[in-house]
Design a binder for this molecule. Structure first.
Ligand SMILES: Nc1nc2c(ncn2[C@@H]2O[C@H](COP(=O)(O)OP(=O)(O)O)[C@@H](O)[C@H]2O)c(=O)[nH]1
Ligand SMILES: [Mg+2]
Length: 310
């Protein structure tokens, strides 16, 4: 299956739940006679798909305004433009590391991955490593989730499968030390990218915050501008709740971007339309399956087109 088809397949549920009505709307010959019921039902659907009340009202207004345009293609363009603008936060990237950026000459790009357990952190790291490996870059992993032994094993499995190096210690080890060693190894071996896994839960919230801050502090000993990227993983199956659950991570460290996982299984993927306005950072990746290739840099325009086009 081509990449485009994989994404469409992955977004099938969102396409059906959220966008069937909107697609129909665009195709209507007679947009003047849309009944108030239509708008009520659409609003209800958007709310069920976890778009969120404010964004739902906003989207319905966009659609109402768009249907005032006379021809189909201007309606289409208007809807597309407005939906894209909800998803978009412009950012700078390097062609070499697209969609990420490494402003530090002569240093590896260090990526810290954070998020609640079970959201898909470790799977995302494997997919991301594979993505960059395919682009010809070298990658090293750091098993920074030392809180659960399964987490270390899982990451080691992926490192082996991808034939890339990994830095790990035993369960209960100091995760900041693992992170430090990972970056150290990347620098001394001239590796392009270091990706560091972290714990998603600890005894309590304060432990977790302190742990993440410590990892960050220790990485900074290599260079104050590291880690250059801090990616928060949001699980699409939790919808709006996934944003609520992750406020603690945003509190602990300055998140630089978001990856939304499990787009393929979710009926609640509508919440992606409220991520950028709630968290104030761009969505840079989505994952839509369990295979290594089920990852894509997030492109708001392609995303909206995949949902709106037949
Ligand atoms: N269908 C689907 N499953 C996923 C995706 N990403 C992760 N998973 C599954 O979600 C579960 C938790 O993933 P894991 O990476 O261990 O989460 P972590 O605890 O945050 O590290 C695993 O069973 C993964 O296979 C995705 O994009 N689609
Ligand atoms: Mg994990």
């Amino acid at each position: 299956m081509s990449i485009i088809n994989r994404i469409r397949e992955g977004l099938k549920k969102t396409r059906e739940i959220l966008f069937t009505d909107i697609r129909d709307l665009i195709k209507r010959k007679n947009v003047e006679n849309i009944s108030p019921d239509f708008w009520d039902q659409l609003e209800e659907k958007l709310i069920i798909a976890d778009v969120g009340v404010n964004i739902t009202k906003h989207i319905v207004n966009i659609l109402k305004n768009a249907t005032k345009k006379k021809d189909q293609s201007s309606i289409w363009q208007e809807i597309e433009k407005e939906l894209v603008s909800l998803l978009e936060i412009p950012y700078i990237y390097d062609q070499k590391y697209f969609p990420l950026r490494n402003p530090l000459e002569g240093y590896p790009l260090v990526i810290m991955v954070v998020g609640v357990n079970g959201t898909g952190k470790t799977s995302f790291i494997a997919k991301l490593a594979n993505y960059y490996k395919t682009m010809g870059l070298s990658v090293i992993l750091g098993a920074g989730d030392t809180y659960r032994s399964a987490a270390i094993e899982q990451l080691s499995h992926w490192a082996e499968k991808l034939s890339i190096p990994i830095v790990k210690q035993n369960i209960g080890a100091d995760s900041a030390a693992v992170a430090y060693d990972t970056v150290n190894s990347a620098i001394s071996k001239n590796i392009d990218i270091a990706i560091i896994d972290t714990a998603g839960r600890m005894h309590n919230k304060n432990n977790l915050i302190q742990e993440l801050q410590k990892i960050q502090r220790v990485i900074k000993k290599h260079h104050v501008e590291m880690p250059q990227e801090k990616i928060l993983i949001l699980d699409a199956t939790y919808g709006q709740n996934s944003i609520q659950q992750t406020k603690v991570f945003a509190e602990a460290i300055n998140i630089t971007s978001v990856c939304v996982t499990k787009m393929d299984t979710s009926f609640k993927a509508g919440f992606v339309f409220s991520i950028t306005s709630t968290l104030g950072v761009p969505i840079k990746f989505i994952t839509f399956g369990e295979k290594l290739e089920d990852i894509q840099p997030f492109n708001p325009r392609d995303f909206v087109r995949n949902l709106l086009e037949d």
